[in-house]
Design a protein around this ligand. Structure first.
Ligand code: CO8
Length: 257
């Protein structure tokens, strides 16, 4: 497999790709070189027929403590505008396969935003989320202001963005920002990814697509899109197999066709 400098890629089992952000000395501070590697690994996993879901994690101490401030601090408006700085930092949200974030320690700034781009967030009890950009004289630039409003509502999103306060895993769970808190968060995320991989992959991709559509569409349009997508699944072998297996009281053998 490809050797990377800023990330590690492993295959805990044939159906799951595990990507680990690996700049421990900088608390996984995010940089353009890191994202070039991350994007490559993500799209390779997305294209690999054997992989059904992806887990993204960091270290015990930090999922990611944000964009690399040392790399950013001398940038000028003309650079960031001309080169569209951060434009290729959100490629993750274009993936068709589910991505599960396994968050331990700091998920701050771009780190929090990266977790929010994932489809499901699991957190260890040590996780801390926040958007501290306000303390640096800026605001979130990786989608935090928008995705947080959907995830936790306006008042809480506004509080995080305007105060920079960090919230604990417990608070994030109460707020509905994450699915749940668990010890051994990577192991649990891999288990969940393995479970998702055992389903019919066409239905999994359709499920991700319709849930994500709720961000973009009006309720009426979203309901219509869901219904049509549901209808479309009756053209798959997996629907025939899944329903036949239920009727015959046996386990479905999905072929992803
Ligand atoms: N950038 C660069 N280096 C960092 C960063 C960072 N974001 N965070 C930590 N580091 C480095 C420290 O400088 C330090 O390096 P060194 O050993 O060379 O001095 C090392 O990591 C360890 O950090 P600390 O000594 O500070 O560790 P502490 O345990 O004392 O503190 C904290 C941990 C509280 C997490 C602290 O490091 C901190 O406040 N970090 C900065 C958090 C922050 O402000 N993040 C937001 C950055 S701005 C941003 O993310 C913009 C988003 C852009 C969009 C992204 C789209 C995906």
């Amino acid at each position: 497999s490809t050797q990377y400098e800023h990330i590690l890629t492993t295959r805990p089992n044939p159906s799951v790709a595990l990507i680990t952000l690996n700049r421990p000395k900088a608390l996984n501070a995010l940089s353009t070189p890191l994202f070039l590697e991350l994007n490559k690994a993500l799209f390779e996993a997305d294209a690999d027929q054997a992989i059904g879901a992806i887990v993204l994690t960091g270290s015990e101490k930090a999922f990611a403590a944000g964009a690399d401030i040392k790399e950013m601090k001398d940038k000028e408006f003309s650079d960031v505008y001309k080169n569209n700085f951060l434009a290729n930092w959100s490629e993750l949200s274009r993936l068709r396969k589910p991505v599960i974030a396994a968050v331990s320690g700091y998920a701050l700034g771009g780190g929090c935003e990266l977790a929010l781009m994932c489809d499901i967030i699991l957190a260890s009890p040590t996780a801390k989320f926040g958007q501290p950009e306000i303390n640096l004289g800026v605001i979130p630039g990786g989608g935090g202001s928008q995705r947080l409003v959907h995830a936790i509502g306006k008042s809480r999103a506004m509080e995080l963005v305007l105060t920079g306060r960090m919230v604990s895993a417990q608070e994030a769970e109460q707020w509905g920002m994450i699915s749940r808190i668990t010890d051994n968060v990577v192991e649990e995320a891999v288990k969940m990814a393995t479970d998702i991989s055992s389903k019919g992959q066409i239905a999994v991709q359709a499920g991700k697509e319709v849930v994500n559509a709720a961000y973009e569409l009006s309720l009426a349009e979203g309901l219509r899109f869901e219904r049509r997508t549901f209808h479309g699944l009756f053209a798959t072998k997996d629907q025939k197999e899944g329903m036949a297996a239920f009727a015959e009281k046996r386990k479905a053998e999905f072929t992803h066709l």
